[in-house]
Design a protein around this ligand. Structure first.
Ligand code: FAD
Length: 360
């Protein structure tokens, strides 16, 4: 008899795992949203008007059927009974042999006076609201200098929208001073304005008030990071910190229950990218098939594009950095290169990724 795998969450982690296991496992996905999988990294292109809504959906409902994946949309998972191996949902109880939490994350929200006026960007519904608002006003203030805000800033400013980025620290994406300066310069070419090192105090009459100035804007997006979705895990008695605690094989504190993607935490690390969520799914699929595999949480591998400007962040970024050429900055530990940031040439970045991985 086939092993019953129940996956909660139809994001890149959940779908990749379903794809990997559907040939020889009985796979069901439980998803609270009512639409099939869509590509979150494309949402900022959709908001900018570069991608049509229908092109955000790579897999049709028919694709799930053909793969033999049962997709239960509009179904919220409520509680796991780890002894009976059942999952209670708002539409009934399901049995499992293996249960995988791929519940992702929600947007972190800033609590300041007037914050109810701020938008967030995580789901397709969020994207629709944001698109409607900026099409009317043609401008946006983004609070947060992380990769999601910068992707959006690049894509929107390229299309002629006025974009301002306000960030609490003096760094973009947590990178060092000269990497921050380089990204800032590239985005300024499109007309993006940066307000770094600002404390956001309140929103008042379409104005964002910081500790240094007042920035007028009718549309304000809060993009200051993610909060892993751990409600189900907590309700079910699993060990949780910021995310659901897992080992390098994605085992949680309960047997036969695993967690992958943005909801999973290992040694304080939450990966927070679609690329990582899919890589987690592949490692877990191997282990569930009896092929021992582990995920290297310490090794960062992120590729982004801000407008037409690509950047890769690879390996471990230490405090000891040095430019190898105008596009490549290397980071050292004990004299050995352990991390690299590459601008522009993504083939070079992939070569570096291979070198860094093979030298670990
Ligand atoms: P998610 O994609 O968050 O999916 C989790 C799913 O679980 C959701 O559909 C949710 O509805 C469902 N769920 C949660 N709780 C329950 C429950 N109790 N019952 C039923 N269903 C539940 N990553 C990159 O690698 N590169 C990029 O360029 C990039 N750009 C991005 C741009 C934007 C605008 C955004 C929002 C994200 C971007 N990301 C990017 C990040 C990436 O999308 C996430 O890291 C990724 O989606 C995480 O995948 P996941 O499967 O862990 O969770």
């Amino acid at each position: 008899m086939n092993v019953k795998v129940l996956i909660v969450g139809n994001g890149p982690g959940g779908v990749e795992l379903a794809k990997q296991l559907s040939e020889d496992h009985e796979v069901t996905i439980v998803e609270k949203e009512t639409v099939p999988y869509y590509t979150k990294p494309m949402l900022s292109h959709y908001v900018a008007g570069d991608v049509k809504e229908e092109n955000l959906f790579p897999y049709s409902l028919d694709w799930y059927r053909k793969k033999g994946i049962e997709l239960l949309l509009g179904t919220t998972a409520k509680k796991i009974d780890t002894k009976k191996k059942t999952l209670e949902t708002d539409r009934g109880t399901l049995e499992y042999d293996i249960l995988v939490l791929a519940t992702g994350a929600g947007p972190r929200k800033l609590q300041i006076p007037g914050s109810e006026k701020m938008l967030t960007l995580r789901t397709i519904d969020d994207a629709k609201k944001l698109k409607e608002a900026i099409e009317k006003e043609r401008e946006l203030v983004i609070i947060g200098g992380g990769f999601i805000g910068l992707e959006l800033a690049g894509n929107l400013s390229k299309k002629g929208f006025k974009v301002r980025v306000v960030e609490k620290t003096t760094s973009l994406m947590g990178l060092d001073g000269d990497l921050t300066e380089r990204i800032k310069k590239e985005l300024e070419k499109y007309g993006v304005e940066f307000y770094l090192g600002r404390d956001v105090e309140r929103i008042e009459n379409d104005v964002l008030v910081t500790d240094k100035e007042e920035i007028p804007s009718k549309v304000i997006l809060c993009s200051i990071g993610i909060v892993p979705e751990t409600t189900l895990a907590e309700e079910s008695g699993l060990a949780v910190n910021r995310g659901v605690l897992v080992d390098r094989t994605f085992k949680t504190s309960e047997s036969n229950v695993y967690a992958i993607g943005d909801c999973a935490e290992h040694n304080g690390i939450i990966c927070g990218t679609a690329k990582a969520a899919m890589a987690h799914a592949k490692v877990l699929a191997n282990n569930l098939r009896g092929i021992p595999d582990e995920y290297d949480f310490q090794f960062r591998s992120s590729y982004f594009k801000f407008g037409d400007f690509p950047i890769a962040v690879l390996g471990t970024l230490t405090k000891d950095g040095n430019w190898l050429d105008s596009e490549t900055k290397a980071f050292y530990r004990d004299g050995k290169i352990v991390g690299v940031v590459v601008f522009e040439d993504m083939k070079k970045a992939r070569d570096w990724e291979e070198r860094l991985r093979s030298s670990r």
